[in-house]
Design a binder for this molecule. Structure first.
Ligand code: SAM
Length: 273
């Protein structure tokens, strides 16, 4: 189905867009084609899509992927999706809140060589969705997601920038992250009041591994509690002598701020405290 037919179908069905579910649907073929070609999906790939909307992206994903497993919270979209995707035999839609889903269980029945997540995410839960994908240990090879521009910039932030925070460190430990596409707010229906970018996360092989991810994540969160403060202030409950000894190797002392430290230094700290 062409995008213009989809627009007509949405209008004819009197669909009520729900702000609370972050419903801004893509109405531009170019942007969908760009997402598809940059994702490099092939016929060995199982794609998970979170938030199907009216199925514009889903439909194209089904043409290039082996299977597309989708989650959609809004069951009132079912009538539209049954029509739009009726010939797409490799698409499964689970009408459920993705954050509550047992995805490991849901993907068991599929055979695939690569597992990707490709989605135009509901912006109100972008970070919880990304965290769930990592914490569920789905072993996703690549994530290609449309997100709010500011949020995407934080995901891929590097040390010594204002966007760099505990989440950027955690995400950049697991994935190489880069921006793929700038997206104008005009390609959505209804038009949101923020700009978007498409970001790619590719699974990273870390030579230097974190021994305990909970310890690592707690340390980085504590280090950034008050961003403008020094580690000495933020990590009062830690063994500061040990921390100082480790920092010395990198020519820093306890007056350093978390935003100045690279991922490797945080790994060293977390592994040796
Ligand atoms: N993929 C469609 C597109 O690009 O046109 C729709 C994208 S729209 C930004 C986000 C979609 O996510 C909506 O269809 C919304 O109903 C759905 N959604 C919101 N919260 C969700 C949740 N917790 N679990 C699954 N889907 C959700």
């Amino acid at each position: 189905m062409q995008i213009k037919d989809l627009k007509n179908l949405m209008e004819a069905s009197n669909f009520n867009f729900k702000k609370k579910f972050g419903q801004n649907f893509i109405i531009d073929d170019n942007i969908i084609n760009a997402i598809i070609s940059k994702s490099e999906i092939d016929t060995e790939t199982l794609v998970i899509e979170i938030g199907v909307g009216a199925g514009a992206l889903t439909s194209k994903l089904s043409e290039v992927a082996k299977n597309v497993l989708c989650y959609e919270i809004d069951e009132s979209l079912k009538i539209i999706l049954d029509a739009v995707l009726k010939e797409k035999s490799n698409v499964e839609i689970i009408y459920q809140d993705f954050l509550q889903a047992n995805v490991l269980d849901d993907i068991k029945k599929y055979e695939y060589k690569k597992l990707y997540v490709v989605a135009n995410l509901p912006y109100y839960i972008t970070t919880p969705i990304i965290m769930k994908i990592i914490e569920d240990k789905l072993n996703v090879d690549k994530i290609v997601v449309m997100v709010q521009k500011e949020v995407g910039n934080r995901f891929k932030a590097k040390p010594n920038t204002k966007e760099y925070n505990s989440l950027s460190i955690f995400l950049n430990y697991h994935y190489d992250i880069k921006k793929l596409i700038d997206v104008s707010r005009n390609v959505f229906m209804p038009k949101p009041n923020v700009d978007s970018i498409v970001v790619e996360f590719s699974k990273k092989v870390n030579n230097y591994k974190v021994r305990n991810e909970d310890v690592f994540y707690k340390l980085i969160k504590d280090s950034f509690v008050q961003k403008r403060k020094t580690l000495k202030n933020n990590l009062k409950n830690y063994d500061l002598e040990k921390i100082e000894a480790i920092l010395k190797k990198y020519k820093f002392d306890l007056t350093v701020r978390a935003e100045q430290l690279s991922i490797d230094i945080f790994i060293d700290l977390a592994n040796n405290l």
